[in-house]
Design a protein around this ligand. Structure first.
Ligand SMILES: Nc1ncnc2c1ncn2[C@@H]1O[C@H](COP(=O)(O)OP(=O)(O)OP(=O)(O)O)[C@@H](O)[C@H]1O
Length: 151
C-alpha cells in the first residue's frame, strides 16, 4: 500500500499543533474528503491559477489550493512547493503539504479508447480566517481594532 494513503485528517490536525512538523506529500483522497469533494460551498477564494477551499478537520480548518491548467504550470508548481518547503516565518502562512497526483483515465477519442492522464496539483496551508488584504483595500471587509465585519 502507498504510505501516503495512511495520512488521516487527524494527522493533519496534529501537524497544525506541532510547529516543527515538516510539510508532507498528502493523498488526493484526504484533500477530497476534507473539502467535500471540492464543493462550491467550501470554496473561499480564487487566484490567477487556483481555487482555494476550506478543508474541514475535526477541530481545525485548513486551506486547500487546487491548481487549474496543471499541464501549463507544472514547473511553476514544483518551484512553488520548493520555495514553500523552505519559507518558514511567522509572517508567512504555514505550508502543510502538497499533492501531485496523476491518474490514467480511459476515454473515447475519435472513436477509439485512449488512456488520458488526469493531473491534480494541490497545496495545503494553515487557514487564515480574517479574509484577504484585497477585501480590506476594496472595502468589502471593514477593519476595526477589536473585531471585523463585512459591509
Ligand atoms: N491560507 C488561506 N487561508 C484563508 N484564505 C485563503 C488562504 N489562501 C488563500 N485564501 C483565499 O483564497 C484567495 C485566493 O488565493 P490565492 O493564493 O490563489 O490567490 P493569489 O495570492 O491571488 O494567487 P496567485 O497570485 O497565485 O494567483 C485569497 O485571496 C484568499 O481570499
Amino acid at each position: 500500500m502507498d504510505h501516503q494513503s495512511v495520512i488521516t485528517p487527524w494527522d493533519l490536525e496534529c501537524m497544525l499543533c506541532d510547529e516543527a512538523a515538516e510539510p508532507k506529500a498528502l493523498p488526493l483522497s484526504l484533500l477530497k474528503r476534507i473539502t467535500h469533494d471540492f464543493s462550491d460551498e467550501q470554496a473561499i477564494g480564487r487566484g490567477g491559477f487556483a481555487v482555494v477551499y476550506k478543508g474541514m478537520l475535526e477541530n481545525r480548518t485548513v486551506a486547500v489550493k487546487r491548481m487549474s491548467n496543471t499541464y501549463m504550470y507544472e514547473k511553476e508548481f514544483q518551484r512553488e512547493v520548493e520555495c514553500l518547503m523552505i519559507a518558514k516565518h511567522k509572517n508567512v502562512v504555514r505550508f502543510l503539504g502538497y499533492c501531485a497526483d496523476t491518474q490514467g483515465n480511459m476515454a473515447r477519442y475519435e472513436g477509439k479508447f485512449v488512456m488520458a492522464d488526469v493531473q491534480q496539483r494541490l497545496l495545503c496551508f494553515e487557514y487564515l480566517p480574517k479574509g484577504s488584504l484585497h477585501e480590506y483595500i476594496t472595502g468589502k471587509i471593514m477593519w476595526h481594532p477589536n473585531y471585523l465585519f463585512s459591509s
